[in-house]
Design a protein around this ligand. Structure first.
Ligand code: HEC
Ligand code: HEC
Ligand code: HEC
Ligand code: HEC
Length: 163
């Protein structure tokens, strides 16, 4: 028995190590930092991505999406208002996301990170693998569900509502 395990340890460990190494490399970037991700709000992106920031703050309705809740708030219950947060704020119900306008004022509108994902690690490392750069329409469908869609056509408009 000890001899077999020694054999295994010597000869089987090589392919195993190779597999583990490949896995370790594949799980770099977002997967690796998943547990420590949190939302930081759009203004934290401003200094390095001024063009996207200015364009977003000027044109995208997302940048003032909390106002849309406030506009109709009087007619709503506390629970109903919370139901708006998932789409109209940044990261509500998610790790490191919006909690309330008092506790997390920097996340009260739907910001950059509703599309690009939580940016706390990226703003420190500036590593492109620490932020979601390539987006698909699936990234929009969490909020742009059929009954919310007006003049919104996904395919030609993947850059719509952004910058
Ligand atoms: C499932 C996601 C989702 C939820 C939940 C949600 N909204 Fe929205 N809301 C949207 C989207 C997406 C738009 C933009 C629609 C468009 O322009 O195609 C929008 C637009 C609006 C607008 C702007 C309409 C206009 O004429 O410009 C108001 C006001 C609004 N929502 C209020 C609310 C309120 C209040 C709640 C909670 C009771 C709520 N929304 C819940 C996704 C959501
Ligand atoms: C509605 C979704 C959405 C929001 C919100 C959004 N972006 Fe983007 N962003 C995109 C899309 C789509 C691309 C293009 C990605 C691709 O080509 O696959 C992109 C690309 C980028 C790029 C890469 C360079 C470029 O322009 O192609 C940067 C940097 C960027 N966004 C920063 C930001 C910042 C900063 C904010 C907030 C101020 C922001 N984005 C908000 C959707 C969004
Ligand atoms: C300290 C500087 C810095 C800050 C702050 C910063 N970024 Fe970046 N970001 C970079 C650099 C550098 C790159 C790579 C070069 C480029 O594309 O401009 C980059 C690239 C990106 C890309 C493209 C990723 C890809 O796959 O090509 C996106 C999207 C992005 N940043 C989003 C954001 C968002 C959202 C924020 C705010 C939460 C943010 N960045 C804050 C420095 C920064
Ligand atoms: C976290 C939820 C959320 C996600 C994810 C999201 N959106 Fe939105 N989007 C909204 C809300 C909320 C509004 C309406 C804001 C308001 O009027 O209060 C909106 C508005 C828009 C509008 C209306 C015009 C404008 O300039 O504001 C467009 C176009 C749009 N989004 C495109 C996209 C695209 C494309 C994606 C995916 C790449 C995307 N959105 C992802 C929540 C979201």
């Amino acid at each position: 028995m000890p001899r077999i395990s020694k054999f295994l340890a010597t000869y089987m460990s090589l392919p195993l190590m190779t597999i583990l190494l490949v896995f370790a490399q594949a799980s770099c970037g977002l997967a690796q930092i998943k547990g420590s991700l949190a939302y930081v709000g759009s203004s934290a992106c401003k200094d390095c991505h001024e063009k996207e920031y200015n364009s977003f703050m000027t044109h995208a309705k997302k940048s003032v999406s909390f106002r849309s809740i406030e506009r109709v708030k009087k007619e709503l219950t506390e629970e109903e208002i919370k139901g708006c947060y998932y789409c109209h704020t940044t990261g509500y119900g998610k790790q490191g996301g919006f909690v309330s306008p008092e506790k997390t004022p920097h996340l009260k509108n739907a910001g950059c990170e509703v599309c690009h994902g939580p940016g706390n690690v990226h703003i420190k490392t500036t590593d492109v693998t620490h932020i979601k750069g390539t987006l698909t329409t699936e990234d929009c469908e969490a909020c742009h569900i059929s009954e919310r869609v007006r003049a919104f056509r996904y395919k030609p408009l993947i850059h719509g509502g952004a910058h």
